[in-house]
Design a protein around this ligand. Structure first.
Ligand code: C5J
Length: 229
């Protein structure tokens, strides 16, 4: 099915596509979490929750593959590069006690995915220690084993973990369609530029489109399926 997108239409094949939802974690999105503790305006990220919910529901209803990622580290922090720990020179950093448990540590409440988008038992959750979802994870193997060659990417933040993941995916041969209203940044100008960087130069890293375009395409497909049954 052809999806209207920038820089030109994206040919979506639901059977070989996965919805990849990046780092929609409580510590980044919830008031009182680590993100807000650092002085960020979490409403910039929270505006993505409703569109993500609508897209996730439509994608699940269409029987599409869904994967979620979480940024975080082992409780013993052995996978936390010292450079990452001290970066930002914050008084409180990764591994320290935070408002929702130890900051960005696996198993802590703040590390988990927000309840609105919580994975079902059949949806893979990729725990990643870096910004990109391919670095030091089994994401590529999972996608290859399931015959996935297209990624519909949403999540936070647009210019950091979404962009890094899309660039990694592009280098591994995946076609990425990034969903504009389902991605967000604490910095609106970085969000805008982050999306522009993806679709620039004829789609140097991928395509961009709003969720409504994808939802109407896959909902139409469901209606066709329903009518044929
Ligand atoms: C993500 C970050 N998820 N900004 N992390 O973008 O540190």
């Amino acid at each position: 099915m052809l999806i209207e997108a920038k820089p030109h239409e994206f040919s979506l094949n639901l059977g070989s596509a996965a919805l990849l939802i990046i780092d929609m974690q409580r510590d980044f999105l919830e008031p009182g979490g680590f993100g807000e503790m650092l002085g960020n305006d979490v409403s910039q990220l929270r505006r993505t929750i409703e569109p993500n919910k609508r897209l996730l529901t439509a994608w699940r209803d269409a029987g599409g593959t869904v994967l979620h990622t979480r940024e975080g580290h082992r409780p013993d922090l052995m996978d936390l590069p010292p450079a990452k720990k001290v970066r930002g020179r914050s008084a409180t950093c990764i591994g320290d006690p935070g408002p929702m448990g130890r900051i960005l540590v696996r198993g802590e409440p703040g590390h988990d995915i927000i309840p609105e988008l919580y994975p079902t038992p059949s949806e893979a959750v990729i725990d990643k220690p870096g910004k990109g979802a391919f670095f030091a994870t089994d994401l590529h193997a999972i996608l290859q084993n399931r015959g996935i060659s297209q990624l519909v990417v949403t999540g936070v933040t647009t210019e950091v973990c979404v962009n890094t993941t899309v660039r990694e995916a592009n280098d591994r041969g995946y076609d990425c369609l990034v969903v504009t209203d389902c991605c967000g940044s604490y910095f609106p100008e970085f969000h805008e530029i982050g999306l522009k960087m993806i679709a620039a130069q004829g789609g140097i890293f991928g395509w961009t489109t709003p969720s409504e375009v994808i939802i109407s395409a896959i909902t139409g497909l469901n209606m066709l399926k329903g009518a044929a049954e």
